[in-house]
Design a protein. Sequence first.
Length: 218
Amino acid sequence: MKINADLTKRATADTTDMEWQESPAEGVWRKMLDRDGEEVARATSLVRYAPGSSFPEHTHGGGEEFFVLEGTFSDEKGDYPAGTYVRNPIDSSHSPRSDDGCVILVKLRQMSDPDEPRVVVDTNEETWQPVDDAPVERIPLFESHKTGESVCLERWKPDTTFSPREWSGGAEYFVLTGSFADDFGAYAEGSWLRVPAGSTQEVSTANGCTVWIKRGHL
């Protein structure tokens, strides 16, 4: 199965217009944003767990990262409320579940550093940090000087226009609140956008927004 599988091409999706699709586990549904493979795949998805649902224990050969959008996601290592970011390293395993239901943004088999540690950040307990003199606040989630990848939440103030951005390693966005636009279109809450390596992007927001951003991984 191939969905937006060519990483050299721009891709976008309005997840609010997408239908949930059944997964192999009862009570677990997903919206596929990009995918290269069948059930074992390099993939980016929204995944919804119904209350009381679970997924059998499995190993993440290429690692896993997720951000909890709604509810509480759990495994044998802990509980992760909405606003929590987790990176499970290459070859880690777990048995995920949700007692009360949840929705997560998840990326599978997209890590390259076998020595990367596990990361858990509850952004509800973090402080927004100003970014230089820009009308932007940020919560860092992950950064690797080895691979060049970084992940963060950013909050952009209304009526902000950025200078053209050059993405040597690509970028990926998920809009949590508000909306923004670039030279190709507009992206409201629930939108996902992937910008390939080597792209230049002109970004602005009229009403302000909060976005999950991943950089340098493409």
